[in-house]
Design a protein around this ligand. Structure first.
Ligand SMILES: N[C@@H](CCC(=O)N[C@@H](CS)C(=O)NCC(=O)O)C(=O)O
Length: 216
């Protein structure tokens, strides 16, 4: 059985889409229409009771959820030193970055910007929740910017952690949050990868229009 990948264009699943294509995995893509509420339908909840994407059904039928876990499994399954680092310190840094991106930047920061209603039912609070999210994202990006000092990629060679970092760079670009210098260079290096621009086109974006904003 081929792997089945449950995804939504332009979402955090873009990271996994990039990894699957970089690794030349054979998979079936299934679009979950989040605005239409597909994630709450019984057929999807039977696959992923968390009601979110991404989810990956492996060839043995078992299901993986969580961007960081799926990225780890895909990278590590190929062996150390390919898309997953070879050295323990680099492995740890890759994990640290993926957890920080998915939990802090996405879960605390971008979630407040994109879905303030999940944080307060009082719509008068929404602008301040979004501002709080923006401040959290900017702080998080500045921390990862330091990690990238003197490096092209997060943990040694290009790997799954870079694809995970990419989705928050892409979101920052989409909502006009300027990326600090090292992150901007990383983002542009990602956009220059043929697989990344192909995935973006497949998901309905124009990669040549991205990564244009410079820090003043
Ligand atoms: N912690 C999860 C978060 C996944 C998540 O929040 N995915 C969003 C899309 S980026 C989602 O499916 N949201 C469901 C919704 O909007 O109802 C992970 O890292 O995979």
């Amino acid at each position: 059985m081929n792997m089945k990948f449950y995804m939504t264009p332009g979402s955090c699943s873009t990271a996994i889409h990039i990894i699957l294509e970089e690794l030349e995995e054979i998979f079936e893509a299934h679009i979950v229409n989040l605005p239409a509420g597909d994630q709450f339908k019984p057929d999807y909840l039977a696959i992923n009771p968390k009601a979110n994407i991404p989810a990956l059904v492996r060839p043995d039928g078992s299901v993986l959820t969580e961007v960081a876990a799926i990225a780890f499994w895909l990278g590590r399954a190929r062996g150390r030193g390919i898309f997953w680092p070879a050295k323990l310190d680099d492995e740890t840094l890759a994990l640290e970055t993926m957890i920080f991106v998915t939990s802090s930047l996405h879960g605390h920061g971008f979630a407040r910007i994109f879905a303030p209603g999940n944080f307060s039912a009082d719509s008068q609070m929404h602008e301040s929740i979004k501002a709080q999210g923006r401040a959290l994202v900017e702080k998080g990006l500045s921390i990862i910017n330091k990690t990238l000092e003197g490096r092209n990629w997060i943990a040694g060679e290009y790997g799954v952690a870079d694809a995970v970092l990419f989705y928050v760079e892409f979101w920052a670009d989409k909502i006009d949050i300027l990326l600090p210098e090292n992150l901007l260079n990383h983002y542009r290096a990602m956009l220059a990868r043929p697989v990344v621009s192909r995935v973006l086109r497949e998901e309905g974006y124009a990669p040549d229009k991205l990564g244009q904003r410079d820090r003043k």
